[in-house]
Design a protein around this ligand. Structure first.
Ligand SMILES: [Zn+2]
Length: 314
């Protein structure tokens, strides 16, 4: 059963505005995170789709220890081949995202949830006063030591908000939303730390995209328990609106990747043949890479609206 920060009877509903208070993020919501109903149809063999709003989520019986999923080898073999080695490719993507958001807001305080090794933070800190959150302690330490970034390893929902020293002008979550047990609680907390006009920019997969529909169960983004939620433009827009954010831009996002990472994803993660990847690896230069837009990743910019304009959940 879900833990609702306000003790609300319906954990799937967006909590109403309230003073900042500690909340827990380690349990799933039994009801739909988007519309609050409890009426799901099976979707493939390991997902479920809300019959009312179409939101797709993982059908897990046990809550995994999410924090442990992102420690140790998450960035060095289990999900990413070698995240740090691919720094030039990540920076290329992050530079483009930063340029896109700087066209709307180029100064102030910026909050990043899921800071990884600080490659985006290092770019953003040239324009903004930067605060990051990262659950992988080694990655957080690297970003502090290498780039001097202010990165917390605390649970974002449990940290005392007074430590964050006020509201933020921009919040970014790059490929994070689908990993969270309770993205609704994160959006609620981000809303509390924003002011009217603050931006929330994020990327996540689009299960309504042509590629996702063609690939079905084999779409590369479907891999619980690290990916728990699967949005499309409609369900994401609605979830953001529940928490006071109005979508102002949605487009498909291309991503720069190393050839090594792509081959590793196909062979080691997709085909479950790490032995096959190791045979290929010596023929692949670490500097080889490309940018590809498969039109199944959404880049979303949303804006916090005035409380009076916030219609709340359905
Ligand atoms: Zn729903």
């Amino acid at each position: 059963m879900a833990n609702d920060p306000q003790g609300d009877a319906d954990p799937g509903r967006a909590p109403s505005e309230s003073p900042l208070a500690p909340v827990r993020s380690d349990a799933f919501s039994a009801s739909c995170l988007v519309c609050g109903r409890y009426d799901f149809a099976a979707c493939y063999d390991l997902l479920r789709r809300c019959r009312h709003c179409g939101f797709v989520t993982a059908a897990l019986f046990d809550t995994p220890n999410l924090r442990s999923l992102y420690e140790s080898d998450y960035f060095t073999g289990r999900e990413y081949l070698d995240y740090r080695a691919d720094e030039p490719f990540f920076r290329k993507t992050f530079r483009r995202r930063l340029q896109a958001l700087c066209r709307r807001r180029s100064t102030g305080r910026l909050l990043e949830i899921g800071a990884a090794y600080g490659f985006f933070g290092d770019l953003a800190a040239r324009h903004f006063a930067y605060v990051g959150f990262e659950v992988n302690t080694e990655a957080a330490l690297y970003s502090r030591e290498q780039f001097g970034l202010n990165v917390y390893t605390d649970d974002f929902l449990e940290i005392n908000p007074a430590r964050l020293d006020g509201s933020f002008d921009v919040t970014v979550m790059w490929d994070v939303l689908e990993h969270l047990a309770r993205p609704d609680l994160f959006l609620h907390r981000i809303g509390q730390l924003s002011h009217p006009g603050s931006l929330l920019c994020l990327t996540t997969g689009d299960i309504g995209s042509v590629l996702a529909r063609i690939r079905g169960r084999r779409w590369r983004m479907i891999h619980p328990p690290t990916h728990l939620h699967y949005f499309d433009r409609r369900t994401l827009t609605r979830l953001l609106a529940n928490h006071g954010f109005r979508v102002v831009e949605v487009r498909s996002e291309g991503t720069a990747r190393s050839v090594r990472q792509v081959i590793h994803s196909i062979m080691a993660l997709g085909l479950k043949r790490p032995d096959l990847y190791r045979r290929f690896e010596k023929h692949l230069s670490a500097s080889w890479g490309f940018t590809l837009n498969t039109f199944d990743i959404m880049f979303v910019v949303s804006e916090k609206v005035d409380k009076a304009d916030h219609e709340g959940p359905c």
